[in-house]
Structure formats: C-alpha cells, structure tokens
Design a protein around this ligand. Structure first.
Ligand code: ATP
Ligand code: MG
Ligand code: MG
Length: 544
C-alpha cells in the first residue's frame, strides 16, 4: 500500500489516486551532466526496483535545469545505460518539459506572497544567510516582484544580478529553509528549449513540483537531500499541490575511486583516463567495457543493503566477489600467454602438430564434445616469462633448469637448456624435452600456446591489465586527489599469444584465461588484432 502523506487533503488525494490508479510511481532523476556511475546503480536499484516489485512504474526523468553543464551526448548515454542495467522506464521525461508550468507556479507563488525577487548578489546572500538575516528585498511588494520576475524572464536583467527566492524561514535551524533560490538567470542556450528561457528553476524549486505533477508516490533520494525535505514539503504546501512521500537512503561509495560527475569529468577532460568509458572508472560504461555484467553490479548493490546508515564506503573486493561469482559460471575457459617465452621441444618431431582437447568448462566430461576446444601442440610452444626462473626454490612450482612442469591439457616438459642474451641475464628462449608417455607427475601446471603450424606464429592479441585507479581508499577527501592517481593502473601487453579458437571472439565476449583471470574483448579490437581487457584476476587481489 502506498504511504500517503497525511497533509494531503482529501480532494488532492482523490485526484492523485485517480491519476495513478493506486500504482506505485517512482522516478530516477539524473542530471545529464556526465555519465552514470556505480552510485547511480544503487539509486536505480531503489527507484526502478521498488516500482518493479510493486508492479508500478518508474520515470526516467532528466533533471535538466543547468544548461551550461548538460549535453545531448549524456542524455543519450543515460537512456542506453539504464536499459543495459536491466531497467525499463515507465516514461522518459525532462524537467524542461515542465518549464512553463513551473514558471506559472512561480508567478502564483509570488502572488500568494511566498516568493520575492531578491537583488542581493550571491556573496551577499551567503553572508546574510550565515547571520540568518532577512534580505532587504524580502518585504518588497508583490507587484514589484512580479514586475522584476517578468523582466528576468524577458532577458532584461543580466546573469547573477537577481534571483527569485522562496519566502521560507530565515530563523530555522535547517539552513535549507533559509529562503532557497527558486530561479536564476542564465543566458546559455538549453539543449532542448534553445534560447526560449532566460531563467531556470533550481533543483529545490523544480524537483518537488515535478514529482508532484508526475504523481510520484515515493520520492527516493540519497541522504544528503534529507535536510531539503522540509523545503520540499513547504513548497508543495504553499502551492496546495499533492505531496509525494520522501525517503532517503545512504549514498554508495567504493574505495580507490572517485564517483562525483565533476571529478569524473575532470579525469576525462584532462585525459588522465581514456574517456568516460575507461575500464578503470567506476562509471557504468567503464565497468561494462571492463567486462562487468549488469547482473553482477545489481547483485553487488543488493548486497550492500539499502539503509539509512551514514556514508557507506564499500571495498572494491566486494564488487569483485560478485563479478567472479557470475563470470565463473558464464565465461568459457581458454588459454592466452600475455608475456610469451619461447620453448623449443627438442625431442619432438619438428613438423608434428597434435590437436589436443582443452576444457571450456571446468566440470566438462570427456564425452561432451561441445565442452572442449581444440588446441594445437607442436615443437615450438610459448609459456609466461613469469613461469620460468633460472633459480629454483622450494615454494616455486614453475619451470626452472632441470625441472619439470605439466603443460595443461598436454604433456610434462623438462627444461634442459636456457638460451641467454649477450647480457647473460635476459632469457631469450628455453629448450625442453617432453614426456610423451606422461610418466612424470609434476606439481606445477601451467598454461601455454603453441605454433598452430610449424613456423607460423600463434594468434597475436593485445591484453590490457588494470589495477586500482587511485592509491588511497578515499581519494575524494584529499586536497590533491589527482596526485593520488596510480600510474600503473593500466598496463598494456601488446604481444600476447592466444589459442587459435579465440580468433572468432567478438566485442563484449567474456572468457576466463587459465590462471590469469576473466577477460573481455574490447571495442578497440580490429580485424587484425583482438584487444582484451582484464575484468578481474581469479582471486582477490585487494584483500592483501
Ligand atoms: P554526482 O555528483 O555523482 O553526479 P548527483 O547526485 O549530482 O551525483 P544526479 O545525476 O543528480 O547525481 O543523481 C541522480 C540520482 O542518483 C539522485 O537521486 C541521487 O540521489 C542518486 N545518486 C547519485 N550518486 C549516488 C550515490 N553515490 N549513491 C546513491 N545514489 C546516488
Ligand atoms: Mg544532482
Ligand atoms: Mg552532481
């Protein structure tokens, strides 16, 4: 059952119930001034989630009242990413759809003596607010305010000269009741209404009125808006409009990241990252490009809980947990060597190529052909540089001179010789002997890629590895947060080798590269070269 505000009169309620057919109506109201981030995923989960659970509807409402910051690109992106997150807007609206109604209501408010045109400059307003003093213009006549408001509308007064302010309560302990600004002058053309308007409503003025006009039943927002609740109800009461129920939930923050659109935009415009969808950003577009699915983002958000506890700073490993949970079930396994070291198998016939079975799924049964893929094994194979050491040690299971490891799905190999560069340090290649009868049972098992035909290089791919973008858990609170950027947050491995079956992979396909983690095909891929992003490693790397 809808919680209905007691202050709504019977008459108002009747109208409201008729309009909504007793359905729950919510709204997700982003400002189109950037890309949506993981915090917005929480807001969507609450707004769309509640409506869905109650068989109601959720508006996607663009809160477009700041023409300077807003762009069509952001609007288009938001609609697309909301759908990607699995949500279906009941209707798509814009605050600017209501500019005329909002204006008419402002005139009515002035007439009723609940608003006045203030000629104080922003600094003066601030000073007076601090001292809780009334503006000298507060008691000017209705006629005078109406005339000035019309001049504002006509574009006869310059930007920043005057504002329309609500006549609230300068003595209130709640500073959000200190005569909030309802309208300000802006000459910037608006992405949708062009130069029709010279005055734009503030968030505090427009948000509650549009909620009311759209017959929203539950207006849900993050906790920083709690102190604005009083003003929300005050204004609707002053106008005699239907009052939705407001409820706040705590904001979501994640470690080693920044979320505010302003900071994200700074990273993008200063080219500290590769665009709004850089896989290191906690934007939803960035997470998607990183290979994260919307279902794991929603599972993560659900797991953090929707509460009113203060600022929740959630560790990134909790997000990674949900990503692994899902990708482990959905991503076929494959083999890629990101930093290849050549292994020449000296006791194998040079022209021989064996076509071996490798598991796509960990539990695959040998009689289930679709759960396997073919991998060529020949006398020239490649292993990771990091899987070879000249000096062996007890706790090390990789390859070393004289030591044996198993090439997964193939044979044990024993290192018989190391080919060093002139510096006598750099390992250029190794020679090894394989054990065709698999008599040895080495502890170490490693992944590998071999030449598909004698003398033909394996499939070359580029692999991008990511680490946290910021060193500190909460960079946003640092004075020089840009100085906290991790220079090694992106490492490119341009000369990786992949098994041949990967050549048909398409942008967005997820894989598990054996021992290396989960990867996705990036949009930078070309017909000549696939590019893979690492989504996450196989195990928690932040917990350490
Ligand atoms: P930002 O400064 O990060 O852009 P915002 O609050 O200005 O945040 P809006 O686009 O105006 O962003 O927000 C749309 C909705 O998303 C609002 O209801 C807001 O409460 C909610 N929201 C924004 N950030 C978060 C967050 N980190 N956690 C939960 N909800 C959020
Ligand atoms: Mg906002
Ligand atoms: Mg913001």
């Amino acid at each position: 059952e809808t919680v209905l505000r007691a202050c709504n009169s019977k008459e108002i309620l009747k109208k409201h119930l008729k309009a909504t057919d007793r359905k729950v109506l919510t709204r997700f109201p982003p400002e189109p001034n950037g890309y949506l981030h993981i915090g917005h995923a929480k807001a969507m989960f609450v707004d769309f989630g509640l409506a869905k659970e109650r068989n109601g509807g959720c508006y996607l409402r663009y809160d477009d009242t700041n023409p300077e910051a807003e762009k069509k690109e952001y609007i288009d992106h938001m609609e697309e990413i909301v759908k990607w997150m699995g949500w279906e807007p009941f209707k798509i609206t814009y605050t600017s759809d209501y500019f005329q109604e909002l204006y008419d209501l402002a005139v009515e408010l002035i007439r009723k003596g609940h608003a006045y045109v203030d000629e104080q400059k922003p600094e003066e307003i601030k000073k007076y607010r601090e001292k809780r003093l009334n503006s000298p213009f507060r008691d000017r006549s209705v006629t005078e305010s109406l005339k000035k408001f019309d001049e504002m509308k006509q574009g006869m007064i310059g930007e920043g000269e005057v504002t329309l302010r609500l006549k609230q309560d300068m003595e209130s302990d709640n500073f959000n009741m200190h005569d909030l600004v309802a309208y300000r002058i802006k000459f910037t053309p608006h992405p949708r209404t062009g130069d029709k308007w010279r005055i734009y409503p503030s968030y505090d003025y427009a948000h509650c009125i549009v909620d009311s006009l759209e017959n929203i039943t539950h207006s849900l927002c993050s906790l920083e808006f709690e102190t604005r609740r009083a003003s929300y109800y005050w204004l609707l009461d002053a106008l005699g409009l239907y009052q939705p129920s407001v409820w706040e939930f705590s904001r979501l923050n994640v470690t080693n990241a920044v979320l505010s659109k302003r900071k994200l935009k700074c990273l993008v415009t200063e080219k500290r990252v590769d665009g709004w969808d850089d896989p290191r950003l906690m934007t939803l577009a960035g997470l998607r490009r990183r290979g994260v699915t919307s279902t794991s983002i929603n599972a993560f958000v659900r797991g953090t809980g929707i509460t009113r506890s203060d600022c929740t700073m959630i560790r990134l490993d909790r997000l990674e947990y949900h990503i692994r949970e899902e990708l482990n079930k959905t991503s076929p396994r494959t083999m890629v060597v990101i930093d290849p070291l050549k292994v020449v198998i000296t006791n194998m016939e040079a022209g021989l190529v064996m076509n071996l079975d490798a598991k796509k799924w960990p539990d695959a049964q040998t009689d289930d052909a679709s759960s396997f893929y073919k991998v060529p094994f020949s006398s020239t194979a490649y292993i990771e540089h990091t899987d070879f050491r000249i000096k062996d040690s007890k706790d090390y299971y990789g390859l070393a001179p004289g030591k044996t490891v198993l090439l997964r799905y193939a044979y044990p190999i024993k290192c018989t010789e190391v080919v060093l560069a002139d510096d006598k340090e750099t390992v250029l290649a190794i020679r090894a002997e394989y054990d065709p009868l698999k008599m040895t049972k080495p502890k170490g098992v490693i992944h590998w890629v071999a030449e598909p035909k004698p003398g033909v290089d394996p499939l070359r791919v580029e692999v991008r590895l990511f680490d946290k973008l910021f060193h500190s858990e909460n960079p946003a609170e640092l004075d020089h947060w840009l100085g906290d950027l991790n220079p090694l947050s992106k490492v490119v491995m341009p000369r990786a080798y992949a098994v041949p079956t990967l050549h048909t992979a398409a942008v967005g396909d997820n894989f598990q590269f054996e021992r290396l983690g989960y990867f996705v095909v990036d949009k930078d891929s070309t017909s000549d070269k696939l590019v893979f992003n690492r989504t996450v490693t196989l195990r928690d790397s932040y917990g350490k």
